[in-house]
Design a binder for this molecule. Structure first.
Ligand SMILES: *Cc1c(COP(=O)(O)O)cnc(C)c1O
Length: 437
């Protein structure tokens, strides 16, 4: 055999040992732990390949056919492909695939619909809403007048009656529907009626649930809303990014934007570029196009349905072991453990679970008596473990791991014993995007 002088290993391993070693360690960690963070997932190898492609090099400020740089004939086709796939998948009239992530997508919505100081309503952060829906420290809470709505004390689900009363009294110009820690289906029809009554824009933020919607496991808000925003990296399993769907025309153009010569679709596009962003990340848009093609398949439909089945199975298995869940269960991929009656905080339990290889995040629960820096809740989600091929029967084992840590929160031997058992458990599943797993 001829002796090869070619260096071995990947370009990264040769060019930068430190980054390469960190990457290898991260792969090893994700390979051997249970990723139960509700907002995370495993993108496919094809999505990762497109993300890491030479499309990262191209500058394409503007939109297809109207760029501020030359040489964009091919990326014009790429962006149009992503836009067309997105419109077809969600049934929307208009789509923008350029937002760098979910928060910038929401920022563009504020720019396109409101003026600073206008009134917005969103689900309060401690009750499951997102920072960008009017929370105090965020631009949405400082630059706009925020009137949050909340959940019912008993059911812990959105109180639509109270929401309607507040909306009639406050007359917000925009109402957000969506959340980051809300385990139930959103009633888009009820929200649309309220928005119409008070002449407010209705904007759905489907960052968490876009994959479930595509799979038919959660209702699609597009027919009920003026605008819909999303991330592309959560349940829909694409690259890290964001997108915006909207109607073409603004139903309140004469009321709120009488002087604008641009319709709603155009105002959204202009808000993203040039008002807020420069060049779009064409590698991300390429990967989004790939993810959207994957999401249009029957196997993705089965995947999305399985996410919900797994979440319901995990909820049941945890309740059987004495855990309380916010709202008493789940309709989607999210479970919130209610730890108000437990001796330790959400953060303390989450840290101990991580030592045992169960990766989650601490989270506020409605009426949380503890500090937001430690909280009384833990959020769990099933998209990533479902991507590994786990089904209902594995959820019981996951609940058993969690219960063991909770029974012995301060025993390092238990942590390392569960850690080994979790690694062994994970080794019989394939992890998308991690070759040879
Ligand atoms: C994750 C999330 C976002 C923000 O996404 P980033 O990509 O982290 O900026 C916005 N809204 C909701 C409801 C989310 O869950």
């Amino acid at each position: 055999m001829a002796k090869s002088s070619a260096p071995t290993g990947s370009a990264l391993s040769r060019a930068d040992r430190r980054v390469y070693e960190l990457l290898k360690r991260q792969v090893q960690q994700e390979r051997t732990t249970l990723k139960l963070i509700a907002s995370e997932n495993f993108a496919s190898s094809a999505v990762l390949e497109a993300t890491g492609s030479i499309f990262t090099n191209k500058y394409a400020e503007g939109y297809p056919g109207a760029r501020y740089y030359e040489g964009n004939e091919i990326v014009d086709q790429l962006e149009n492909l992503a836009v067309e796939r997105l419109k077809a998948l969600f049934g929307s009239e208009h789509a923008n695939v350029q937002p760098y992530s979910g928060s910038p997508a929401n920022q563009a919505v504020y720019r396109a619909l409101l003026r600073p100081g206008d009134k917005v309503m969103g689900l309060a952060l401690p009750e499951g809403g997102h920072l960008t829906h009017g929370w105090g420290v965020n631009f949405s809470g400082t630059d706009y007048q925020s009137v949050p709505y909340g959940v019912h004390e008993k059911t812990q689900q959105i109180d639509y009656d109270r929401l309607r009363d507040t909306a009639k009294r406050e007359r917000p110009k925009l109402i957000w529907v969506g959340g980051t820690a809300y385990p139930r289906i959103f009633d888009y029809t009820a929200m649309a009626e309220i928005a119409l009554e008070v002449e407010a824009y209705l904007v759905a933020d489907i960052a968490h649930i876009s994959g479930l919607i595509v799979a038919g496991a959660h209702p699609n808000p597009v027919p009920c809303c003026d605008v819909v925003t999303s991330t592309s990296h959560k349940s829909i399993r694409g690259p890290r990014g964001g997108f915006i769907l909207s109607n073409k025309e603004d139903r309140y153009q004469a009321l709120y934007h009488p002087k604008s010569k641009h319709n709603l679709a155009r105002r959204i596009d202009r808000a993203v570029f040039p008002q807020l962003q420069g060049g779009p990340h064409m590698n991300t848009i390429a990967a989004l196009a790939v993810a959207l093609q994957e999401a249009a398949t029957p196997s993705f439909r089965a995947y999305g349905q399985q996410i919900v089945k797994n979440a319901k199975a995990l909820a049941q298995a945890l309740q059987d072991r004495g855990f309380d869940l916010v709202t008493g269960g789940t309709d989607n991929h999210i479970l919130i453990l209610d730890l108000r009656d437990r001796p330790l905080s959400g953060k303390a339990y989450a840290e101990r679970m991580a030592k045992a290889g169960i990766i989650t995040n601490f989270n506020m629960v409605p009426g949380d008596p503890r500090d937001p820096a430690v909280t009384s809740g833990i959020r769990l989600g099933t998209p990533a473990v479902t991507s590994m091929g786990m089904r209902e029967e594995q959820m019981d084992q996951i609940a058993a791991f969690i219960a063991t840590v909770f029974t012995h929160p301060d025993d390092p031997d238990v942590h390392s014993c569960v850690r080994r058992a979790v690694a062994d458990f994970c080794s019989s599943f394939q992890v998308p995007g991690i070759p040879g797993s």
